[in-house]
Design a protein around this ligand. Structure first.
Ligand SMILES: [Zn+2]
Length: 108
């Protein structure tokens, strides 16, 4: 994951442990999906409890791994919405330069 946004230079990880909150999104969506899909499947009686358990356990292991980066993205958006960073410092004109620094060549 990028440390800064390549477009606006927003620093994603504001503090150590910042992304801990993304676990809520990841766990919450995993539990919600399990609830709304596997409970009705259980009630239909078409699948045995062992089959549903195996599928549900596999889903609850693999889905959070896949959803990891999206949960972080949701967390950053959630945090920015409720606790926005008003302004970020603009790059200093003297240090910010689109041209690559070639001064090291002069010392050769
Ligand atoms: Zn950005």
């Amino acid at each position: 994951m990028n440390e800064y946004c390549p477009a606006c230079d927003y620093k994603f990880e504001r503090a150590p442990g910042y992304f801990l909150g993304s676990i809520y999104f990841n766990y919450g969506l995993t539990a919600l999906l399990l609830l709304v899909t596997f409970m009705p499947l259980h009630w239909t009686g078409r699948y045995s409890g062992d089959t549903l358990l195996a599928i549900g356990a596999t889903f609850s292991l693999l889905f959070p791994l896949w959803f990891f980066r999206y949960a972080r993205s949701l967390w950053v958006g959630f945090d920015q919405y409720f606790d926005p960073i008003e302004t970020q410092d603009e790059p200093d004109e003297e240090t910010w330069n689109d041209e690559p620094d070639e001064s090291w060549r002069e010392s050769l």
